[in-house]
Design a protein around this ligand. Structure first.
Ligand code: PEP
Ligand code: MN
Length: 373
């Protein structure tokens, strides 16, 4: 059960204490208090676990501090979408809204290499009114001898360049909790010219200690990628790890699944699950067409596969796109073959706009037909 308090109730007030005392007197009940920062207001929620069936919802809703109580199913208590659950979905971060109704593009380098390439990317983004990017400083590589990313040494200049070009959010993978401190320190040193979304990669979806670590902090939102070889339920439970530790600023990322089918794509594209994740949870859903497709291959219609699958995700309601670009893909240190060219950025954005408009039309159509039914 989740007990949502009135927005003006402080955790020092007697009304708050009354709720805690009420719950403390029940057998087999545990509570955890969370502050949830939404777009419009910050609310206190009390997550109640244990023998919640024995609790009287009406009685709880009668307590002065309580706005309402929601019974949640066992699964995805915090990130899930539950019956009679009108809690706000999504969050604002550094001036950017992330919801199940918005769409943000994070085009950028898979891995940070040299300042010239990072600057060229950011300038192109600014020139096309983009305020988000992806920049990998810590790279989890299959081969231990491959380039592992520049790590903390590149953070100050990457953040400064982001500030120079008006980038508000950089999606950046971390693979260890120490990376969080390094990012914090570099932001502090540079005067926080930008914001960071912590990316948990597909290889770390079930690194539970890392999940708890990004969940315990609330400075940065988290992009949690689906594990490429585990069930959707297991990946959604990974998101629940982050949320139950205290951070519910989570975007869930689809990035293709490993199959034993091999070609044509690097991973089996799973963007048909966009509406599924939106139905099961309140998280905004990201698609990563680059790591799904893995190449710059064109279809006979003249459209690259990366564009095609992006459009498929967007027309199904995706809320974020993480996509690899590079000014000189041949010189990219990681994933050059799948990087789109900077010259292709306006075309890509245009294609996204077409797909988004089609999605919005489909939504309007569904409302018209629902009204008639
Ligand atoms: C990435 O986005 O750079 C990445 C490594 O993705 P994934 O974790 O999906 O492989
Ligand atoms: Mn990559």
């Amino acid at each position: 059960m989740i007990i949502i308090l009135h927005p003006d109730i402080s955790d020092k007030s007697p009304e708050f204490q009354q709720v805690i005392d009420y719950l403390a007197n029940r057998p087999n009940i545990k509570t955890r208090v969370h502050q949830v920062a939404g777009a419009l207001r910050t609310v206190t929620e009390i997550y109640v676990i244990g023998d919640t069936q024995s609790l009287d919802k009406t009685e709880i809703e009668g307590l002065a501090a309580v706005e309402r109580a929601v019974r949640v199913s066992e699964e995805y208590r915090v990130v899930g979408r539950h019956k009679d659950d009108t809690r706000e979905a999504g969050f604002n971060y550094n001036g950017v809204r992330f919801g199940q109704d918005t769409l943000n593009v994070f085009a950028g380098l898979c891995a940070v290499d040299v300042p010239e390439h990072v600057e060229a990317m950011m300038k192109a983004l600014r020139d096309h009114d983009q305020v988000c990017t992806r920049m990998g400083a810590y790279k989890p590589r299959t081969n231990p001898y491959s380039f592992q990313g520049h790590g903390k040494s590149c953070l100050p200049w990457v953040f400064e360049l982001a500030g120079k070009y008006g980038i508000k959010v950089i999606s950046m993978e971390i693979t260890h909790d120490s990376h969080l401190d390094e990012i914090r320190e570099a932001l502090q040193k540079t005067g926080a010219p930008t914001g960071v979304m912590l990316q948990i990669g597909t290889r770390n979806t079930q690194n539970f200690e890392l999940l708890k670590c990004v969940g315990r902090q609330r400075d940065f939102p988290v992009l949690l990628k689906r594990g490429f070889g585990i069930t959707l339920e297991e990946s959604l439970n990974a998101a629940e790890y982050v949320a139950s530790a205290g951070n519910n600023m989570i975007v869930f990322g689809l990035r293709g699944m490993k199959t034993n089918m091999g070609d044509p794509h690097r991973n089996f594209v799973d963007f048909s699950h966009v509406p599924v994740v939106k139905r099961l949870t309140r998280m905004p859903v990201c698609i990563d067409p680059s790591h799904s497709v893995g190449s710059r291959e064109y279809a006979p219609d003249g459209i690259p596969d990366v564009f095609h699958v992006t459009a498929q995700g967007v027309i199904a309601g995706a809320n974020m796109i993480l996509v690899d670009f590079h000014p000189v893909p041949k010189k990219a240190l990681v994933d050059g073959p799948q990087a789109l060219l900077l010259e292709e950025l306006p075309w890509f954005l245009d294609d996204v706009t077409i797909a988004r408009a089609a999605y919005e039309k489909r939504q309007q159509s569904s409302q018209r037909y629902a009204a008639r039914a």
